[in-house]
Write a protein that binds this ligand. Structure first.
Ligand SMILES: [Zn+2]
Length: 337
């Protein structure tokens, strides 16, 4: 297998706390022998499991990077049993640009796994996570927030796993997060996400979607802060569970049931939603309508829900074009774990 050309001063085997960078060589017009620097911290003590904590997968999702920065500043080796590999802003170019995709190559990091160690910068990043970090780890936490285009109910995410035993351990770890909702999301079955890749590598994998809209939600920061800590307690790396800020999540498990759960725009215009987040809806019920602001005589185009459930996510910008996701419905599903 081709090796990553990324390099770091951090020794993943050393006990103690190290904060530094992963460096990916980047030879561009104004910097012939430069690097893209990705912040990286390793905290190791004792014999517990290795957990990768990743934020900044998308550069416009902030609760994860904020909480992971706090952990890097606050945790000392004596606080933990195991090894934390903390990458608070994995797609650093996208984080600095406040964009979902990298400004360097236009790629969505979360659609590039398993990556290419000799590809573009984003492909090199995913290859580093997949080929170098995943083999070191027992568990992987990937902190998302919905991004600029979505307003979403803060939730912990289950990535489906074929292996029943691993699936059970994943659900237990995701439940430990203690988010207001727990949702199974397969991203249309896309295998190129970091969580899908982590599950293929056999890691106990926990995802999140916090409040979104490209800003910082104080409530979501609290949920994320407590959730990460509780997952680490569940995995045996930290002691002293904290009560989730969000209150009890309950036993209900939700899932994005597939393409019918997404209400997509059919016309270019401005989408008027009919329901708020958390509203109960049923298949066939109108979800909203698209207005044609410069053609006032034209009847707005009504969109309908394709699934029963609750409104889990909603497009944030009003302006839509055909194919844009306007509403996402999460449906109740049976927890077989
Ligand atoms: Zn994301």
């Amino acid at each position: 297998m081709t090796q990553s050309i990324g390099f770091t001063d951090i020794d993943f085997e050393r006990t103690g706390k190290q904060v530094g960078f992963l460096n990916l060589p980047s030879s561009v017009h104004d910097d012939a022998w430069g690097v893209v620097r990705v912040p990286l911290a390793v905290i190791r003590n004792g014999t517990g499991p290795t957990v990768i904590l990743q934020g900044g997968n998308h550069g416009d999702e902030y609760e994860g990077p904020i909480v992971l920065g706090e952990l890097i500043r606050d945790l000392a080796p004596e606080h933990i049993n195991g090894r934390l590999i903390i990458v608070p802003a994995i797609n650093t170019p996208a984080v600095e640009a406040a964009r979902r995709v990298s400004p360097l190559d236009g790629l969505n990091f979360n659609r590039t796994f398993p990556g290419d160690p000799l590809g573009s910068i984003t492909q090199q990043l995913s290859a580093y996570v997949n080929d170098v970090l995943f083999p070191l780890a027992d568990a992987f936490v990937d902190l998302h927030s919905g991004g600029s285009s979505l307003s979403i109910i803060p939730s912990a995410i289950v990535e489906p796993a074929e292996d029943a035993e691993l699936a059970g351990r994943i659900r237990a770890a995701v439940r430990a997060f203690g988010a207001p909702m727990t949702v199974v999301i397969s991203n249309f079955g896309d295998p190129r996400t970091s969580t899908a890749s982590a599950v293929r590598a056999g890691l106990v994998t926990v995802g999140t979607e916090m409040a979104g809209t490209g800003t910082v939600s104080p409530e979501a920061v609290r949920i994320c802060r407590d959730g990460v800590r509780n997952v680490l307690v569940h995995l045996g790396v930290l002691e002293d569970e904290v009560a989730p800020a969000s209150g009890a999540a309950g036993d209900m498990l939700y899932a994005i049931a597939g393409p019918r759960s997404y209400v997509m725009a059919t016309q270019a215009g401005v989408f008027e939603p009919y329901q708020d987040l958390g509203a109960a809806v049923s298949a066939g019920q109108p979800a909203g309508r698209i207005h044609f602001l410069t053609d006032p005589q034209r009847t707005p185009e009504e969109l309908v829900h394709g699934a029963d459930g609750i409104v889990y996510g909603r497009r944030h910008p009003g302006r839509v074009k055909p194919g844009n996701c306007c509403v996402v419905v999460a449906s109740k599903c049976e927890d077989r774990s």
